[in-house]
Design a protein around this ligand. Structure first.
Ligand code: DAT
Ligand code: MG
Length: 176
């Protein structure tokens, strides 16, 4: 099976940042359907290696469920440094890029697609600011993150990126 087919669907996502094309476990036709399915009500998340190592998977998923998100897809997986580099390609010029890629490939993560009305914005509120020291009390990052670099969870920053990032990690047959 080849996952290297160019990902034409995504070329019109001018606002899309980060994830490189061509790393699609969902394949092009499936991805096209997912694009229709996801508009506005889905986001993509990762529970990052720090939080997985610290044993916070259960507590974080509980908080996500209690906030009204439905889990559409979920897996425990580990990104290679190549894959983490592709996922965060938008940040490649930033001084913390190497550190970010090393950290995100350092151990297992939980990747998931989540569903709720206005999912991207609602999930960003639930996780709090990038720097846990600035995150509102009770947010996932305030509760579980160690530092700005090791901040427990990822959340997509736009509907377009939610689609791109979901397609990066999940095939159509892995979504329910
Ligand atoms: P967010 O994850 O809140 O969307 P971002 O997209 O600006 O934040 O950055 C992506 C990740 O990069 C972030 O979750 C952790 C890391 N990062 C951001 N700013 C950093 C910094 N100043 N030092 C180290 N890592 C940083
Ligand atoms: Mg971001």
């Amino acid at each position: 099976m080849c996952f290297c087919r160019p990902f034409e669907l995504l070329t019109d996502h001018k606002k899309s940042e980060g994830v490189k094309k061509g790393s699609d476990p969902g394949h092009s036709f499936a991805a096209q359907n997912q694009k229709l399915d996801m508009a506005g009500n889905r986001t993509f998340t990762m529970i990052k290696p720090d939080a997985v190592k610290a044993g916070h998977i259960g507590n974080i998923l509980q908080q996500i469920n209690q906030a009204g998100f439905r889990i559409v897809a979920m897996k425990l997986t580990q990104m290679s440094s190549q894959k983490a580099g592709d996922f965060y390609a938008i940040h490649r010029e930033r001084p913390f890029y190497q550190e970010l890629v090393a950290f995100m490939s350092s151990g297992p993560i939980v990747a998931a697609i989540l569903e709720k009305d206005n999912a991207v914005e609602e999930f960003r509120k639930l996780i709090g600011a990038t720097d846990p020291a600035k995150a509102d009390p009770g947010t996932i990052r305030a509760r579980f993150a160690k530092s700005v670099g090791e901040n427990a969870v990822h959340g997509s920053d736009s509907d377009d990126n939610a689609i791109v990032e979901s397609n990066f990690h999940f095939a159509a047959t892995e979504r329910f």
